[in-house]
Ligand binder design. Structure first.
Ligand code: ZN
Length: 109
């Protein structure tokens, strides 16, 4: 049986930086974050959507979006589990493989 789940994660990806926060109207520490949503099937195969990098005020969560390509280049890696990043591809390959096997059996010698 398939179990389907979904969730959202926020990861800190660097040291805090001080910026003036327009909402707090004060200089606050801002945290660079990666926020993403994900879905998963059977807790094994997953996929990521709505991924974004942001700089968020640690007090009120107000913040700015960061440029994805630039941020990933600076990070040098994408801090999302491989299972979620490529799980869906693995699932598709498995399904395609099973489909091909079933076809081969049905077609017979
Ligand atoms: Zn703030």
């Amino acid at each position: 049986m398939f179990m389907v789940g979904q969730g959202e994660r926020v990861l800190a990806i660097g040291p805090h930086e001080d910026h003036h926060c327009p909402r707090c109207d004060e200089v606050r520490p801002f945290e660079p974050q990666l926020r993403y949503k994900f879905g998963e099937f059977d807790l094994l195969f997953g996929f990521v959507y709505d991924k974004r990098y942001q700089l968020a005020c640690t007090q009120c969560n107000h913040g700015w979006l960061l440029d994805t390509r630039l941020t990933e280049r600076e990070l040098g890696r994408i801090p999302i589990p491989l299972r979620l990043r490529f799980g869906f591809v693995v699932l598709l390959v498995l399904v395609a493989g099973l489909g091909a096997a079933a076809y081969a059996i049905k077609a017979g010698p």
